[in-house]
Design a protein around this ligand. Structure first.
Ligand code: NAP
Ligand code: FE
Length: 366
């Protein structure tokens, strides 16, 4: 057996942990940039707690991060980080503000070509230190070396992936997720479920990672409904599952499902976690027939059995899994498949996959 388990992010987990943030900030870091969106920062009650923790420090706030942040937003935030001489970046919100904060921390310290860095060119300088504070429970971005941006000129989502962008600290306070409405709770929770499932199947997985992935999936399946009804212990389980599945994708990545879901978000505005969930039943059916890991598919089947199988589970959380009901035209599936087949994540999906297979998975979700 060979594996590499690398997690340089310090994790501080627990209810109310935002009220202990100051202890984690080195005294020489005096100029702070908060990166967030318009809603989650104020809505989750985090604003007062966070600003209280930062009292006496020079705090600037960049709150223009939109869902699925664009490259232009990252550039704007980077400029602000440079202008304010930020020494520490704090990303607070869902995956979008946390990913934006990763980009801003990296590019504030590196003046070279942003597109080249996103394409994989190494960062000459270390990014600014980064603290990530999730207010959703889904992406696990607080513990991953990934940041997903939207490139509107090329019409695609791009993944900035470098070990240097792991946050220094993931401060996970489940109380910050209490303000999520039910639908957002379900969508983000299903993103965590798909992270666990895809990392479990990924050819980059290994037994330790698989164990975390199985626990993450089991936690989501068991507690998602109660979490969406704002039951505190279930909220904690979802924050925990989201972190676990984030650790899993940090090591084994997501696979075919996530890259197939990107166009649904980019061109049809379907939220990220929901887009994955819509395609999950057809993806699982394909893998059931075609994967090179039948024993793992069997374990997944057993996991979903108490919920009546994958499709019934997803529908049970109120997700319509027919793409036709979101106004998609079938003619779009060929161009989407042509984009998808080019992505590296095809190579770590344990099945032989052709473009026609991808079209077929979209078609069966129609
Ligand atoms: P998000 O795009 O960060 O947030 C969606 C909306 O959730 C926000 O606009 C905000 O709405 C609301 N919100 C957030 N926290 C809230 C709270 N506590 N209470 C009430 N509303 C809250 O959603 P996300 O699903 O967490 O992140 C998705 C992004 O993460 C995508 O770009 C995806 O590609 C990326 N992602 C990254 C990774 C990674 O490893 N880096 C992994 C998976 C996904 P309002 O503004 O209306 O309040
Ligand atoms: Fe995701």
């Amino acid at each position: 057996m060979h594996f590499n388990f690398h997690l340089p992010t310090h994790i501080q987990f627990g209810e109310g942990s935002i009220r202990r943030l100051r202890q984690a900030i080195a005294p020489e870091l005096r100029r702070i940039l908060i990166v967030t969106d318009q809603g989650s920062f104020g809505g989750s009650g985090a604003r007062a707690a966070l600003l209280d923790q930062l009292s006496g420090l020079a705090v600037s706030i960049f709150d223009e991060v939109e869902a699925n942040p664009s490259l232009a937003t990252i550039q704007k935030g980077t400029l602000m980080a440079r202008e304010t001489g930020a020494q520490l970046v704090i990303g607070i919100g869902g995956g979008s503000p946390m990913d934006a904060a990763k980009g801003i921390a990296a590019f504030a310290a590196n003046t070279g070509d942003m597109a080249a860095f996103i394409g994989g060119a190494p960062l000459p300088q270390k990014p600014l230190p980064l603290i990530c504070i999730p207010t959703t429970s889904g992406t696990g971005s607080e513990v991953t070396p990934y940041a997903i941006f939207t490139d509107h000129t090329q019409g695609k989502k791009v993944c900035f992936a470098q070990p240097a962008i792991f946050p220094a600290l993931a401060l996970i306070d489940p109380e910050l997720t209490y303000s999520m409405p039910a639908a957002l709770s379900i969508h983000t929770g299903l993103d965590a479920l798909c992270h666990g499932l895809e990392a479990y199947l990924s050819t980059q997985g290994f037994p330790l990672n698989d164990m975390l992935a199985l626990t993450a999936m089991e936690q989501v399946l068991t507690h998602l409904s109660a979490a969406a009804q704002n039951e505190p212990e279930a909220r904690t389980s979802l924050s925990y599952a989201s972190m676990l599945s984030g650790i899993c994708i940090a090591h084994a990545s997501t696979i075919l499902l996530h890259i197939m879901a990107y166009p649904l978000t980019l061109f049809h505005g379907i939220p990220h976690g929901k887009a994955n969930a819509i395609l999950l039943p057809a993806f699982m059916a394909f893998m059931q027939n075609r994967s090179s890991v039948p024993e793992k598919m069997h374990s997944l089947q057993r996991l979903f059995e108490p919920f009546g199988g994958v499709a019934a589970a997803i529908k049970g959380w109120g997700i319509d899994t027919r793409l036709s009901s979101y106004g998609l035209d079938k003619a779009l599936f060929v161009p989407y498949a042509q984009q998808t087949i080019l992505k590296d994540d095809i190579g770590i999906t344990p099945a032989h996959i052709s473009m026609e297979d991808i079209v077929e998975i979209y078609n069966s979700s129609w």
